[in-house]
Design a protein around this ligand. Structure first.
Ligand code: NAD
Length: 250
């Protein structure tokens, strides 16, 4: 099937769906300048050690943890939503998609205007004091790090942990909601995920009318009704244009 045919098919499936959900991963944000984990040459795992992203590593030495992830925090703080995030926000506004389940921890869906977003791996945009539970913005934490200080809670001096789910931590309530949304959906559109990270990577197994936009392969490619191997931003933009054409009845 040609790319044009795949785009048309994806638009038609979305148009007919009553409860479409979108599952996004790091690949939708690479066009905003945030590296993903697994792309050859640029993926974070080529430079970073996953062991450094565990809750044990954080608890052992929060200061060292912050120093290691500091470059990533700066990139996330400065990143802007791209066409992919914007199209998904537009599709929600038009009622074409019900909710976004995201593995991303960059807050870009919310920045683009999406309202119903499940952050199943939490977010780096805020951090919570482990003692008094006060929330702090990433931008404020970066100011403290810029001064060469440890990001302690300004209220009580406690340790602030980024609101991300580190390896070894329990999944948040949003994951249970994501599971329920998946069981309810009649279409799941995966964008920019290798679908290799458990347990989120299992969700497509419970979905219907699976569609995938991803440069690399995924374990679900054989089962999907449409697999588009191109830029997430471009593919989503073209699907939106195709939906416009369908709406006008051409
Ligand atoms: P992953 O790195 O395992 O896979 C990303 C996939 O996106 C790859 O298969 C790659 O081929 C594809 N891709 C990259 N750029 C693309 C583009 N422009 N268009 C289309 N496809 C593109 O990422 P994942 O599946 O999300 O892995 C999960 C973990 O990565 C999550 O735990 C998430 O928290 C974490 N992560 C998030 C961010 C972020 O928030 N932006 C960044 C790095 C890692």
């Amino acid at each position: 099937m040609s790319l044009d045919e795949k785009i048309r098919r994806a638009a038609r499936i979305l148009k007919e769906a009553r409860h479409a959900v979108v599952l996004t991963g790091a690949g939708i944000s690479t066009e905003s300048g945030i590296p993903d984990f697994r792309s050859p040459g640029t993926g974070l795992w080529e430079k970073e050690d996953p062991e450094d992203f565990t809750i044990d590593s954080f608890n052992r030495d929060p200061g060292a943890f912050y120093r290691r992830i500091r470059p990533l925090l700066t990139i996330i703080n400065e990143a802007e939503p791209n066409d992919g995030h914007k199209v998904l926000a537009e599709l929600e506004q038009r009622g074409r998609i019900k909710i976004i389940i995201t593995q991303n921890i960059d807050g870009l869906h919310q920045q683009a205007g999406s309202r119903r977003v499940l952050d199943v791996h939490g977010t780096f945009k805020t951090g919570t004091c482990q003692s008094c539970r006060q929330k702090n913005d990433l931008a404020d934490l970066l100011l403290v790090l810029d001064r060469g200080d440890e990001p302690d809670c300004p209220q009580c001096g406690g340790v602030i942990k980024p609101d991300v789910v580190l390896f070894g931590e329990e999944m948040p309530d949003d994951f249970q909601r994501a599971h329920r949304e998946t069981l309810k959906c009649d279409c799941m559109l995966v964008v920019g995920s290798s679908l290799q990270v458990a347990p989120v990577g299992f969700l497509p197994r419970y979905s219907k009318n699976l569609m995938i936009i991803n440069r690399g392969t995924t374990p679900y490619d054989e089962e999907a009704r449409v697999v588009i191997r191109s830029s997430a931003g471009q593919a989503l933009q073209r699907i939106l244009e195709e939906l416009d054409i369908l709406r006008q009845g051409f």
